[in-house]
Design a protein around this ligand. Sequence first.
Ligand SMILES: Nc1nc2c(c(=O)[nH]1)N[C@H]1C(S)=C(S)[C@@H](COP(=O)(O)OP(=O)(O)OC[C@H]3O[C@@H](n4cnc5c(N)ncnc54)[C@H](O)[C@@H]3O)O[C@H]1N2
Ligand code: MOO
Length: 412
Amino acid sequence: MADDKLLSVDEALARVLAGVTRLGEQEVPLSQALGRTLAADLVSRRTQPPVAVSAMDGYALRAADLAAPGARLTLVGESAAGHGYGAPLGPGETVRIFTGAPVPEGADTILLQEDATVDAAGVGAASPPPAGRHIRARGLDFREGDAALFSGTRLGPNELALAAAINHPQLAVARRPRVALIASGDELVPPGAEPGPSQIIACNGYAVAAIAESAGAEVIDLGIFRDDIAELEKGFARAREERADILVTLGGASVGDHDLLRPALARQGMTLDFWRIAMRPGKPLIHGTLGETRILGLPGNPVAAIVCALVFLAPLIRALQGDKRAGADESEAAIAGAALKPNKGRRDFMRARLGRDAEGRLVATPEPLQDSSLLTELVRSQALLIREAGAPAVAAGGACRVLRLPGAFVTG
Ligand SMILES: Nc1nc2c(c(=O)[nH]1)N[C@H]1C(S)=C(S)[C@@H](COP(=O)(O)OP(=O)(O)OC[C@H]3O[C@@H](n4cnc5c(N)ncnc54)[C@H](O)[C@@H]3O)O[C@H]1N2
Ligand code: MOO
């Protein structure tokens, strides 16, 4: 069971996504559309293939003409991609044809060039092809007027190719959500600076910005702010100037005397939705709204910030683009590579290595240390092994669920 004082992860995600609608739309050229989300259905302007074409290099012919043993056909011309033969095939005739070339009228099959016998008597074959072999019918892939891609689809490499093929050089896509990042902490200095004795290098923003950009956002990194309400207010003012759709704060979300984000945001008039959830890592997560701006206050520990960005920020960014898969469960089944203890009241996202067992099943083995400050363990991991709040113990070899980390590559 979930800790009843804390909001469950599902409830928290539902609240983050509640009432979110797509931001405006804009037209972008295909070359800039990767990772964007379609704002309208795309209707095909083409039929593909536009005519019946050959799928192989060989000879176009009528299957019946080669049916008699020893039959020979007269080679009368050529059909290449972009240059058809241009005339109907007469009885006993064949045309040299290449992949993607129009099948001449009257031909009903393709004899593979490797299977053809070509000599002075003409073109023959030891085993003639049946009718219909290696011919792609007109419209096999798509037809003019058909909806080929749908509003709310995120454009990956495959979708870009299809959008191009159906002849849309410009696409209507959702505007990129603008995400302003504010890091807070007196201990933080940027990479390349000389830290004082108890200072550290701010790193969370790099991961969170990467997660946000991968989800389609435009990121405005406002830098590091000291643990001081007046300083933080300057940061909020900058976020307002930048017309941020989402303000993401890093650190200062918890209950310590120097964790000032909540009071600072409250002074600005933030409507707080929640700030503590039943999740490990990531218990102190602030969610609220400040005017039109959505606020996500991520916890300071690097792994907590990254996991919360994956679980909440990325879906929010996708929902603001009208992505119909935003918030969908992307976890998958795996086998536990080690015994898992019973879980208490928070959903646990354990850093785990992924491999495969002898049967090829995915095996997730948690890292020995799960402290939310440990980036090296995170980098060694390929997945987050998800343990539900209140889940009973699982023996090694038992079933579990995992969420792959971005770019995870599984060997074995
Ligand atoms: N008494 C309690 N203490 C804490 C609780 C609690 O419930 N009661 N929650 C713990 C949990 S869980 C987390 S997570 C942290 C989160 O605290 P904050 O969001 O207030 O974060 P900070 O205190 O500012 O920082 C925590 C840790 O992370 C480092 N940090 C912060 N920002 C960055 C950054 N941009 N890059 C790299 N590292 C960063 C910071 O130096 C601290 O070491 O609170 C627990 N405490
Ligand atoms: O949210 Mo915290 O990550 O468990 O230290």
